[in-house]
Design a protein around this ligand. Structure first.
Ligand SMILES: Cc1cc2nc3c(=O)[nH]c(=O)nc-3n(C[C@H](O)[C@H](O)[C@H](O)COP(=O)(O)O)c2cc1C
Length: 449
């Protein structure tokens, strides 16, 4: 085994019980009958913990529109706060990142939920901050607020939450039984926040977190999203299928973090990746082919048409999409151009598989050695600080990642073989500095307005 390197990968996993590959749940070996139950998610979290992953990640959406169309992958069958509470007693060391929306909740509620979970888990919790792109119909709103408004609210929301997490000093609980004083009232502060969206006095009802405050995660790629993430987040999730673009994004992001007076080494950029791993290349190819066969063609066509904004109803699976159907424009995202170029080489079926497989995230089909080579190549080139694994299928594709690929990364010294440190922040190099605390405290209004 190689000596552990100074800079190591941070690895998390998207907890999608259906498998991330579209329709992978149809595979005979899936545990689709247990989705929504504790047994499946517990086994996934424990497998991730045995592999020494930094954290498991629970996405969330505020609606069930995709479910009725058969788009299950993004369905939110596990509410993140509830599931993290349930898993706190079934895991010991692994971090748990849960999504909560700043558009559909209140900062005092979110601050309490994560502070309480952090206390229950001994400092293992993270918050994925999202502004939500849907869900208005379930909170009595006729329209979705525009992104600019959502992010303005999110900035103030996170500002309030971080101030609330700082309202108790670490030594506020004195447990002085002789003098009948459990908590020293002078070591708990109000924040007296009054802003555009929120009025919150504080303090919080819960003592300071064992890791100062929960880890913060953000995945926004727009200018407003990057402003929020670079101001507050410890982990940045991203969709980056190409190395050169990933390096550019990485450098830009770290500079933005530096500009905010924060330490860029303590902000980890983790693009999504789907490793389809086999002990040999042909085993990996077989697994990829088996998962591709799970795809329901009518839905894959639909997904492709929506993603590329064109009509393929007249084409056979073996046809190529004529290039003239791709009409470029200012509203086209990077992924659209990527698929347009791939369409020159791939048949309609191959392209449908490509889009369905990983939603634009990078995927690799190979042996532990070949996939580790590629992951390390990006890491060494500073295209990323680690990865968010999208498990191709559950349990098979997930177990191959943990039993074949992670040991290969450990063998080469790029990933720890055991947990070191007491909290998620310590284990993943995300410690809060004195400067970070001072920055939050500078925002307090000392007296009631
Ligand atoms: C890995 C990853 C996970 C995400 N998880 C969620 C989620 O759970 N809920 C959600 O509403 N949005 C989620 N998003 C969407 C982002 O929060 C964000 O809205 C999106 O990347 C677009 O960026 P923008 O909001 O800056 O335009 C996720 C994005 C990525 C890349």
């Amino acid at each position: 085994m190689a000596q552990a390197r100074d800079r190591q990968l941070v690895l998390t996993m998207f907890m999608v019980g259906f498998g991330f590959h579209n329709d992978a749940w149809r595979s005979p070996s899936s545990r689709a009958d247990e989705i929504g139950q504790l047994s499946l998610i517990r086994d996934m979290a424990q497998a991730a913990e045995r592999a020494r992953l930094d954290a498991v990640f629970f996405a969330d959406s505020y609606g069930a529109k995709g479910l009725r169309d058969g788009n299950y992958r993004g369905a939110s069958l596990y509410e993140p706060i509830a599931v993290m509470g349930a898993l706190s007693g079934h895991t010991d060391k692994i971090g748990m990142i849960g999504t909560q929306s700043t558009s559909w909740s209140e900062p005092y509620t979110v601050a309490r939920q994560f502070a309480s979970l952090d206390a229950l888990t001994g400092g293992r919790v993270g918050w994925n901050i999202v502004t939500s792109t849907r869900g208005n119909e379930n909170v009595g709103r006729d329209e979705m607020p525009l992104p600019e408004l959502r992010y303005r609210r999110a900035m103030e929301f996170v500002d309030v939450v971080t101030k609330l997490w700082d309202t108790w000093d670490a030594d506020a609980v004195v447990d002085d039984r002789a003098n009948a004083l459990w908590v020293d009232p002078d070591r708990i502060r109000e924040i007296n926040h009054r802003g555009e969206f929120f009025g919150v006095q504080g303090p919080l009802t819960i003592p300071r977190s064992p890791q100062e405050w929960p880890v913060m995660v953000q995945a926004g790629q727009s200018a407003d999203g990057i402003e929020l993430g670079s101001s507050y987040a410890d982990i940045i999730y991203a969709v980056q299928p190409e190395k050169a673009a990933a390096i550019e994004f990485y450098n830009m992001y770290k500079q933005r973090v530096r500009d905010k007076g924060r330490d860029p080494e303590r902000v980890k950029i983790l693009p999504g990746i789907m490793p389809v791993v086999g002990a040999t290349q042909s085993e990996a190819d077989d697994l990829a082919a088996e998962l591709a066969d799970c795809i329901v063609e009518s839905r894959a066509r639909d997904t492709l048409e929506k993603t590329l904004d064109l009509d393929v109803s007249d084409l056979e699976p073996g046809d190529r999409i004529p290039q003239e159907r791709f009409i470029a424009g200012a509203n086209r995202v990077k992924r659209w151009y990527l698929f347009r170029d791939l369409a020159k080489e791939l048949t309609l079926r191959e392209l449908m598989v490509h889009v369905s497989r990983s939603l634009g995230h990078r995927f690799l089909i190979g042996t532990p050695a070949s996939i580790a080579d590629s992951m390390i190549d990006w890491f060494e080139a500073r295209a990323c600080d680690g990865y968010n694994f999208n498990p191709p299928s559950v349990p098979e594709g997930m177990n191959n990642m943990f039993e074949l690929l992670v040991p290969e990364l450990q063998e080469r010294g790029y990933f720890p073989t055991d947990y070191v440190g007491d909290t998620f922040r310590e284990r993943s190099g995300l410690m809060v500095s004195d400067d970070d605390v001072a920055r939050v405290r500078a925002k307090y209004v000392k007296t009631k307005p």
